[in-house]
Design a protein around this ligand. Structure first.
Ligand code: ATP
Length: 405
């Protein structure tokens, strides 16, 4: 049996992955199997998400008992007093058709569509309040990952809200010992620990990596307060599952895209340090691409682009612009500037007036031709990404692609 759960947390606390961990612990205590634990991140632009838009699926042999246990844990742990917490639990014998998950990670679904999908496929389900969590619960039951990664999460008790005790040095050491097989525990460039949240939820830390062995190895270096519980999830994090290949003319708000085109305006730095430029993939059609201030040094790459450069951009289309997650520089336009030519007498000419060419102030010779100077571009071709501090859960870190090559 597969049991999908979503929408149990609120800005004040809780986390659906924690509920999944407690659920798995109780199943084992009662002698049932926990055959797999899946964490599916869904559309990062979903309107009602609390934090990372996560839904979980637990595979167990507990049948109806498992469903009842999951429901009683939702009653006990979900923050039902929060208007935006609308849990859903759904159970099916085998994975449901994957189109629903694909749509949930790249697009939008309604509560009615989720209920209809669950009905059509013979799933048992329960929704609390408006039942919005059934969308995520159904997506978890239909999750089929072309690519997957693992996250080992350590939790404190959900009632604890104080400062988390995790030794900073030990996390840097864990990353040093296991990178590139684990990633995003720290951001070396910005000297920041990334895997310990600052939100009031039960997550103590989460280590992301390519296999259960590597995340466990990383955790073996971490010194922290004793976790209340841990869980190892297979996930779609770090896989780019949210990206759709698209042409600019077809993109829609709150979906995420991979678009190939040409830079059509010089990058400019706006208020707050955000850097933006226009990308075009056919005459007269363009979209603004933004590298926001939190993307830190990534903005230096964006500032080096010039009109005519051919690039692939990845990111969500939000508020009328693509929020860049990464960019591939495919080819560079020539960067030149025109300066007055050198006269046959050896002196550099000067402008003879707007549209009048150049004139030598020494011998009076005239020329209509400027000297074109080629400027060396300081931007190697290839992919560039935002640093770990700014990475979204679903974005595939470049190191994952490199490790496979
Ligand atoms: P939690 O830890 O509780 O999972 P979260 O940040 O993942 O927190 P939720 O509180 O689960 O966010 O809220 C997300 C809500 O949006 C859920 O009710 C989920 O069913 C719904 N949802 C997820 N993806 C989509 C989508 N593609 N279209 C519409 N609704 C969605």
């Amino acid at each position: 049996m597969l049991i999908g759960i979503d929408d149990t947390d609120s800005p004040a606390g809780m986390c659906t992955t924690y509920l999944g961990a407690v659920f798995a612990g109780k199943l084992r205590e009662e002698g049932y199997s926990v055959d797999s634990m899946t964490l599916a991140r869904l559309n990062p632009n979903a309107r009602y998400k609390t934090r990372g838009n996560a839904a979980v699926c637990i595979e167990t042999n507990a049948g109806e008992k498992g469903f009842d246990l999951a429901c009683s844990l939702v009653d006990e742990l979900a923050d039902l007093s929060c208007e935006r917490t609308n849990p859903g639990v759904a159970m099916a014998e085998s994975p449901l058709p994957s189109w629903f998950y694909t749509k949930a990670v790249t697009d939008f679904l309604t509560i009615e569509e989720a209920a209809e999908f669950l009905d059509e496929n013979g799933a048992v389900y329960k929704g609390w309040k408006n039942g919005r969590g059934l969308i995520g619960a159904a997506a978890a039951l239909s999750a089929s990952f072309d690519d997957s990664t693992y996250e080992l999460l350590a939790y404190r008790h959900h009632e604890e809200k104080g400062e988390r005790i995790v030794d900073r040095g030990s996390i840097f050491l864990a990353e040093e010992k296991t990178y590139p097989h684990t990633w995003d525990s720290v951001d070396f460039g910005n000297n920041v620990v990334v895997c310990v949240p600052h939100t009031p939820d039960p997550v103590l830390y989460g280590i992301r990596g390519e296999s259960p062995e590597w995340v466990k190895k990383a955790v073996s270096y971490i010194k922290s307060e004793e976790p209340f519980i841990t869980a190892l999830y297979r996930t779609n994090q770090g896989t780019d599952a949210h990206l759709l290949d698209a042409r600019i003319a077809d993109i829609k708000e709150d979906r995420s895209y991979r678009i190939r085109g040409n830079v059509s305006s010089s990058p400019s730095t706006g208020e707050g340090g955000h850097v933006s430029f226009l990308l075009s993939d056919e005459p007269g059609i363009s979209v603004r691409c933004m590298a926001y201030e939190p993307t830190k040094e990534f903005r230096d790459v964006v500032r080096k682009l010039i009109p005519g450069d051919e690039v692939t951009v990845c990111g969500s289309f939000k508020g009328g612009s693509i929020n860049l997650e990464k960019i591939e520089v495919i080819s560079l336009a020539e960067k030149t500037f025109a300066k007055p030519p050198v006269c046959s007498c050896g002196k550099r000419m000067t402008s003879a007036g707007t549209g009048k060419g150049y004139k030598c102030r020494r011998c009076g010779e005239k020329s209509g031709e400027a000297e074109i100077v080629h400027i060396e571009r300081e931007l190697p071709l290839g992919w560039y990404e935002v640093p770990p501090v700014a990475r979204r859960h679903l974005s595939k870190p470049l190191v994952r692609s490199r490790a496979k090559n």
